[in-house]
Design a protein around this ligand. Sequence first.
Ligand code: ZN
Length: 292
Amino acid sequence: MSRPLALCAAAICLLAVSAVSAAPPYKALIVEGQNNHRVWPETSKMMAKYLTETSLFSVDIARTAPRGVDKDFKPDFSKYHVVVSNYNGAAWPEETQKSFVQFVKGGGGFVVVHAANNAFSNWREYNEIIGLGGWGGRSERSGPYVYFDDKGKLVRDTNKGRGGSHGRQHPFSVVVRDSEHPVTKGMPSNWMHANDELYDRLRGPATNMKVLATAYAEPKTGGTGRHEPMIMSLQYGKGRVLHTPMGHGVDSQQCVGFIATLQRGAEWVVTGKVTQKLPKDFPTADEVTKRE
Ligand code: ZN
């Protein structure tokens, strides 16, 4: 009778080991190395920590040379399920651009955060992938402005003008426009985002893009008076993309709303679903919540 007992004990032991040492199922790569936001090494570390905390992701960081085109920047995107960009700098080598487009087109996930949407204004596929961008000479040639009007109607505005601006930093209310999407599902219909730059006047091809949440860029803080996109989902080939222009600095990225958007967005681009519950400390309509 000792034999079945021994087998049973061994089986339990195996199960226990696999539960403790299970590797996270998905691999994430954060790209960084150049950014007009000098806080980038810190914000990359914060995002790596947030992704790791989900237990869904192991995280690597790929860094370019500090300036200019880095001919040796050739991360193997195909080893990853999701790429997160915290990069706003010189062009990537052509080979790297091609392999990145191939990665997303073939079903890889991409998350674009804040000034990463300033990058690569002349790279057509990158702009199709991110939908909207700002600065870098963007104009009506880049595509329409996309925003909601006061009646809640999505506007694609082809008027001439620069792409990308923002007023003074301040905490602002994020309004969920699509409460059925896995990333925004369960979020309060309005929630307060911590102090941040509210990007406005973004322009781009904006094809296969859904605006999941907006924020009103108040003229009194220097904004456009439009309801500007704050969380966007996109499809590019077989790949899913989650774009948030939020996340300028450390205080903006400590916002639990930002954290949950990043964590859920990264899962959604990989699987098309979100299994993470909304955090209990998620901001409310009146109150910013932060993890310091
Ligand atoms: Zn910024």
